[in-house]
Structure formats: C-alpha cells, structure tokens
Design a binder for this molecule. Structure first.
Ligand code: LFR
Length: 487
C-alpha cells in the first residue's frame, strides 16, 4: 500500500511516495517543481494552474513508476486562500502572503476589535500575512470578488476541492487564518461579526486522518490513478512536520526549520494569556487534538535570499563552500534580528543586512562567509530569546530540541543552536512534513492504528543525530552583549 504526499512550499513543491514495510516507512520523491509567486500588475500571485498541473503530474509519475496508490494528501504553507463562486469556479489566482495588500490592516482591524480581544479568542500571533487581514483588505477595497464568492478555501482545501469536488476547510490550515476560536476549534462568529467579514464563505471543518473523497473520474483518467482516496492530514505543513516527531514527555521543544523557523511545544490546550500575546506566541492547530504553541520566526529565508543573489551574480555558492567560508569567518561580529521588517522582502538582502549592522553600530559583514555567519549565529541567538520566553509562558523546563525539516541539514546551525541554548539538539527528520503526511494517511486508511504506532515506525526508520552543547560561555557572553537587539 503506497501513499502520495504532495508537499507544497512557498518556493517549491514535491510529490513523495511513502509506504510502510517491515515496520519502516520508506520515501521516494517522484516529482519536484518550483512554485515562485509571480508579480502581475500591482499584485503578487501564486500560479495556481501551474501548481495544479504539477500535482497531476506528480500523481501520474507515481503511477507510472508502478506504485499502487491507496491515498493522496496535500499539505502547504499557511494563511493563503482562493475564492470559488457558487458554481465552483476559481475567481482569481490566490494572492501570496508577501503581497502588500495587507499593509496597515492590523491597524484597521484594531478600530473594531482590539489585539487583546482578538488574541483571547483566536490565540494567533498578530501578523499581517494572516488570512483575517487578507480578507479585511478585500473588504476595505470593496473588491467585487467578495460579493460573488461562494466559498473561501485555503491552498490545500482548494487543491482537495479540484481533486475531489468536495469543498471543506481542514482544521490545522484553518487555524493559521486567525478566524478560528482556539478553544472550540470552530470558526469564531464573533471575529467575523466584529470585523464585518462574510461568515457565509466558511465551510465545514474537517480534522486530520479522515477521508475527504475519491479522486474525480477525469483526473483518474488523466493520471492513470483509479479509485484513489484523498485523505485529510494536518494540511498545514508545520502541523504535519510536528506530528512526525516521535517524542514523549514534556521536556522537549520543536524547531521546524525552513524558510520560517517555528519554535515551540505541543500542548493539549491553547495558552491565551496576555503574557503569551505580548511575547508573540501563537496557538495553531496540530494533529491528534494538539495545539502548537510556538513563535513564527523569519528563518532561513534570509540565507535563501542571499544565495539567490549570489547565484544571479554568477558567484560560487554551493553549500559546502559557503559553510566552510562561514566556519572561517570571525564569530559574533554582527548579529541581526531576523524579524525586523527590513528583511521581509528587501530589494537586496545583502544590502538590508549591511544597513541593519550599520544602523546598530556593528561591524558590517562584507564577505560571503561573514554574511552567512551573521545569519546563522543571529538565528541561534534569536532562538535563545524565544526559548526563554517559551519556558516562562508555559512553565515547562525544556531539555532537548528536535530540529526537523530541510533546515536541519544545516550542521553548523544545529551546533550553534545547541551551543546558544545549552541544550541537546536532536535531528534526523529532514523530511518531517512528508513523513507526517504519510503516517496520517496510513491512519486514515486504517493500515496503522494511531500516531503512537506511527511514531514507533518513524523511530525504526530514521537515525537520530544529537548535537551536544559546547562553547557555551562564549555564546552566553555574545548573547548578553547583543541583548538589546531582541527587546
Ligand atoms: C511554513 C509556514 C509557516 C507559516 C508560513 C506562512 O511553511 O507554513 O508555518 O507561518 O509558512 O504561511
């Protein structure tokens, strides 16, 4: 029995076949494609048609390779959505969360509902990328699309709809919108009413590990895949990634490391205190009735942008080369706060970083090695401060941190994290999202019983690598010296 995980990131997407055999889960990537947002007029869109044709191509390639698929499930980045009309047609390409349309929307919202009240209901970190602010911007502009829209579907919901004909909203992705009540795990009518947003657009909420529907006949014919189930999983990539971590007890935290760094803990109930709000923690929906209590931190986005710029300039930027240059660069010269708005979408990341260092009276990183060192050390310092607040807000005493996702391949960063946080860093799940997706499909398809069984399979399948803290004194001194940048 094989399952196909379609894992879409805000940059690239993959189709990965997974199957469980002899107590181990095996993965086979059958398709990879890029997914860049495209500027058109004054708007930054996702190219949904290209995304969908790549999804069909992924299914076709899996079948062509000889896999008999039992199920398919989608997971994607958060917050973005498409609108369909009453006959089910897509009204426009979905807009990318990095588009400028939401600028100033949290101030507009605060005229009707205070940030405190919004947090007490939704538990979501106030970020202007959130769907609530995207929807509010459509309303403010009196965009005609709103009046003809029949349903709002988040990216994975939209794909599921066009695969099966079933329109519903999956819980974990819906939780990223800031439109759900964190306690009841349903839409908050109060938030829609206060902001005068169209509640009628919202659909039934479906939870992970269920059947959404069967693949439509015409897609089955086109791809050669017949009678396949489309399952719900934690369709927010972060939720599926965290579901894959085979950890017990309450002394561990997770860091899902990619474009974003999601640093937090799993809890049974949302933490909706003022202290949590002021420290920018979010309570997003997890798999298995868990809440992901975490901070959304701008992560390897900075390094991705730098590499992009160097590549365009025709410079050498293989990872091995960059990391050896980084290793040779002088430590703790320039530390930046990755969440500074200057790094959200700068024309040049190199210049944005240098400008920040100039303005904060620090050494200006000139070489590639110095820039990479600046980014990686800065992330570790940022995690230190977030981890301190996380423990204060939850009362937990964290001893280890599981670093998962593509960023966990970054050995230098893993070691910096262990050193800065003075904690063991456990890695091994570079494909956490796909693994989480596959395991949930196996639960939905009744091949395995529950997440606990899934975790045993995961433990058997991937070797862990542990990084132990070293150089802690040097890191503590550096952190103390740069403290004011993180206040
Ligand atoms: C990671 C992620 C984060 C979310 C960000 C934007 O891929 O899903 O969890 O905050 O993308 O949607």
């Amino acid at each position: 029995m094989a399952y196909l995980a379609l894992d879409l990131g805000a940059g690239s997407g993959r189709a990965i076949v997974g199957f469980i055999e002899n107590g181990k889960v095996h993965l086979d990537e059958v398709h990879r494609f890029s997914n860049p947002p495209t500027g058109l007029g004054d708007t930054l869109y996702w190219d949904f048609l290209s995304l969908f044709s790549n999804i069909k191509e992924g299914i076709r390639l899996a079948v062509k390779k000889g896999y008999t698929l039992e199920g398919i499930a989608i997971d994607t980045w958060g917050v973005d959505f498409g609108l369909i009309d009453k006959s089910g047609h897509l009204l426009s390409n979905p807009v990318c969360y990095r588009d400028r349309r939401t600028e100033g929307m949290s101030a507009v919202a605060s005229g009707s509902v205070s940030a405190e009240e919004l947090y007490a209901i939704t538990g979501i970190q106030q970020m202007e990328i959130n769907s609530v602010f995207q929807l509010l911007s459509l309303k403010q502009k009196e965009d005609p699309v709103l009046s003809i829209a029949g349903k709002l579907l988040f990216t994975p919901d939209l794909i599921n709809y066009f695969l099966t004909g079933v329109a519903c909203n999956e819980y974990t992705i819906a939780s990223t919108s800031q439109l759900l009540d964190a306690r009841t795990r349903h839409w908050s009518k109060a938030v829609f009413d206060k902001l005068d947003l169209p509640y009628r657009l919202m659909g039934n909420i479906i939870y992970p590990c269920n059947l959404i529907g069967k693949l439509r006949n015409e897609i089955a014919e086109e791809t050669g895949a017949d009678g396949i189930n489309v399952f719900s999983v934690g369709s927010h990539d972060t939720a599926s990634a965290i579901a894959a971590i085979p950890a017990n007890g309450k002394d561990w935290a997770f860091l899902s490391s990619g474009t974003w760094s999601l640093l937090g803990v799993t809890t049974d109930r949302p933490v909706l205190t003022e202290e949590a709000r002021k420290n920018d923690f979010t309570n997003e929906g997890g798999v298995d009735d868990k809440i992901l209590f975490m901070r959304n931190i701008t992560g390897l986005w900075l390094l991705q942008r730098l590499i992009d710029e160097w590549e365009k300039a025709g410079e050498e930027c293989a990872y091995a080369h960059l990391f050896s240059e980084c290793n040779n660069a002088e430590p703790f010269r320039s530390i930046i706060n990755s969440d500074n708005p200057a790094f959200t979408h700068p024309a040049s990341m190199t210049e944005a970083i240098r400008e920040y260092c100039r303005n904060t009276g620090q050494a200006i990183p000139v070489s590639k090695g110095a820039l990479v060192r600046c980014v990686l050390e800065s992330l570790a310092v940022k995690y230190y401060f977030v981890m301190a607040r996380l423990q204060e807000c939850t009362g937990l005493e964290i001893k280890h941190i599981f670093v998962v996702g593509g960023g966990s391949r970054n050995e230098l960063l893993n070691q910096y994290i262990a050193d800065a946080l003075n904690m063991e860093v456990i890695t091994g799940l570079t494909e956490a999202t796909a693994v989480g997706n596959i395991i949930q499909q196996a639960i939905a398809g009744k091949q395995i019983q529950d997440l606990k069984e899934g975790h045993n399979i995961i433990k058997n399948s991937f070797e862990q690598k542990i990084y132990y803290p070293a150089n802690t004194k040097k890191w503590t001194d550096a952190i103390t010296e740069k403290k004011q940048l993180f206040q």
